[in-house]
Each structure stands twice: as C-alpha cells, then as structure tokens.
Ligand binder design. Structure first.
Ligand SMILES: Cc1cc2nc3c(=O)[nH]c(=O)nc-3n(C[C@H](O)[C@H](O)[C@H](O)COP(=O)(O)OP(=O)(O)OC[C@H]3O[C@@H](n4cnc5c(N)ncnc54)[C@H](O)[C@@H]3O)c2cc1C
Length: 304
C-alpha cells in the first residue's frame, strides 16, 4: 500500500490494518489477505476515505454472506462494525448505525419495549449487510420495518432514501446496483411486550440450532430460494447431501448450507457451489442463484 496514503491515514487518526486475513473477516473462515482494512470512526472519516480510495473501496459488514477469494483482495475494505454502531430510540422510532450487529440491535429494541425485529436476532450480520441483502428469516424481513436508509455516495454526499425507493425485494435492494455506503436506517416498530419478545427470540434461536449446522463455518443459505421451490430440497433430491470437495461440504444437517469442515479453501467452496448448480439444473431444470456474494477474483486458473 502506498506509504503516502498510510501517512495521511495516520495523520487523520483513521485506524487501519494492512494485509488482513480475510479468513478472520468472513464467517466461511477462508480466503487470502486484504491489502488494507480501514475502520472509520464517523461519517467525516468515511467521506475522507472515499476521497482517498474512491472506487477501490468495498464495504464489509460481518462477512457472514461473503466468500473471499484465496487470491485475496487488492483493494481497500471499509468496515463500520468497529465504531459506527450506535442506536437511538425515541418512542417507536429506531435510528441505528449500519455497523451494529443485528443481534445487539434486536436486544436494544426489545429492552425499549418494542417489537418487530425479533426474527433477525439469529442472523449473524450487521445492519448494513442486512439492509444490503434485505435479510430475513421466519417470515420477517428488515424492509417491512424500515422507513428510510441513510447512505453515502462516492462523492461523499449523504442521501436519505425512503424505503419505497430502495427497491427492496426478496434478498434484494437498490444497494446491489448503486455504489453507496449504507450508514444506517430508521425503523418504525410497534409497542411490544418484553417477555413475549424474549420468548420469541429464544424459540427462533432454538429452531435455528436444531435445523442449521451452526457448529461449522458457513455463510448461511448458499443459494436464494428459487420461485416455487426450496434450494435445500432440490439439492437433497439430487443426492448431494454430504457431497464434498476438498474441505467444503454440502451440510448433512441442512442441504441448503455449504460448510467449511475445517480446512476448506474458497476454491473448494466455489467449486462445490458450481457443482451443485450444475447437477440441480440437470436434474430439475431449476437454476440456483447464489445468495452468497463473492469478493475478489474467482475466474482465474488459480481459483478454479
Ligand atoms: C449461520 C448463518 C445463518 C444465516 N442466516 C440468515 C438468515 O436467516 N437470513 C438471512 O437473510 N441471512 C442469513 N445469513 C446470511 C447473512 O448473515 C446475511 O446476509 C447478513 O445480512 C449479512 O450481513 P453482514 O454484515 O455479514 O454482511 P456481509 O456479509 O459483510 O456483506 C454482504 C454484502 O453487503 C454489502 N455490505 C455490507 N455492509 C454494507 C454497507 N454498510 N454498505 C454497503 N454495502 C454493504 C457487502 O459489500 C456485501 O456485498 C446467515 C449467515 C450465517 C453464517
């Protein structure tokens, strides 16, 4: 990394890490190194980083939906999850920073006597990643409760985007098409009862634990749910439960999850994803679309 740029970061008090292992920044626990990771403390530092690195910047939340290339990532990773994590609640209005973990956000809303976000307590990501993915579980999705999203463009300008302009759909948002850094959002929740919200969270977490291979690194559901089908059921029908490439395996517990059995590379995971897609397409005619996002190069000989 250019020494002059690092000197500017030092002079501005912006925290950073060079040659950061992506295996520690993603829940698959695979991947090479990121040239630089930056941890802005506020919006002013975020704008400054955009000015310094522009298009080279990629945002990462908790890395719970990302497969990072074994070749690493040459650009700069910006993460809000270290400092930009505050939440402010007034009545039933909740304003939260994108770096906050969903589990923590849900707890804060429940402790304030609000209900609505309980479904998200077990999703192991940040609010920013959740908005980007329009994360959801057990019949709930974040977009149902969002009234607006704050995001910074690549000129450093902040926009407040009403939910109806965010193109929210199943695991889709406008942020997949526009180069914006999500800074946070405003939710409108309803008055709730703390005890019943806690009971709901505990019940959903128990259901997750019994059905999902949480004991292994993964990125949750590997594929989006195809219209009219369940990805896991199609994968199982193709006889792929337990199918293994290197250290990557189609989970025996839940075929919708590809897991890292311990020593998987991202190449193993990528090849298994491609193998599953090909076989399911042959057997059922359904094209599975990965829900997982890819960071870095997956199209080279080294990575095939
Ligand atoms: C065990 C397990 C269970 C899971 N269960 C669920 C589930 O029930 N439902 C569900 O929907 N998902 C689930 N997931 C997937 C994942 O947790 C969600 O997609 C989550 O919302 C991703 O958040 P993140 O902060 O980890 O984002 P990341 O994985 O870090 O990033 C995901 C994408 O969002 C972008 N992004 C992240 N933050 C920002 C930002 N501030 N501004 C702009 N872009 C940003 C990234 O560039 C990337 O493209 C699960 C994952 C695991 C490992």
């Amino acid at each position: 990394m250019d020494k002059k740029l690092l000197d500017i970061l030092d002079a501005s008090g912006i925290e950073y890490l060079e040659n950061a292992p992506l295996s520690e920044l993603t829940t698959f626990r695979t991947g090479g190194k990121a040239a630089l990771v930056v941890y802005p403390k506020d919006e002013a530092q975020t704008a400054m980083l955009i000015g310094l690195f522009g298009k080279e910047l990629t945002v990462l939340g908790n890395g719970s939906n990302v497969l990072a290339s074994d070749c690493g990532y040459d650009g700069v990773i910006l993460t809000l999850q270290k400092y930009m994590t505050s939440v402010h609640i007034e009545g039933n209005i909740v304003m939260a920073d994108a770096g906050i973990r969903l589990s923590k956000l849900v707890l804060e809303t429940i402790n304030s006597g609000l209900s609505g976000l309980e479904f998200a307590a077990g999703i192991p990501g940040t609010l920013g990643g959740g908005i980007y993915m329009n994360a959801g579980a057990y019949d709930g999705t974040l977009s149902e409760f969002i009234s607006s999203v704050r995001a910074m463009d690549k000129n450093g300008y902040i926009h407040t985007i009403p939910a109806e302009d965010c193109a929210f759909d199943y695991r889709h948002s406008i942020f997949m098409e526009r180069d914006l850094i999500i800074l946070g959002c405003t939710f409108i929740l309803r008055k709730g009862d703390r005890a019943s919200s806690v009971a709901k969270v505990n019940d959903l977490n128990q259901r997750r634990k019994s059905k999902q291979p949480l004991e292994y690194p993964s990125a949750g559901s590997t594929f989006k749910r195809p219209s009219g089908h369940y990805a896991g059921a199609l994968i199982e029908a193709s006889g792929l439960k337990g199918c293994t490439i290197g250290g990557a395996q189609v989970s025996e517990k839940h075929a919708g999850f590809i897991i890292n059995k311990g020593d998987a590379t991202s190449k193993d995971v990528y090849e298994l994803i491609e193998h599953v897609r090909k076989k399911v397409l042959e057997d059922s005619g359904v094209e599975l679309e990965p829900e997982v996002r890819f960071l870095g190069r997956f199209d080279t000989e080294d990575n095939r």
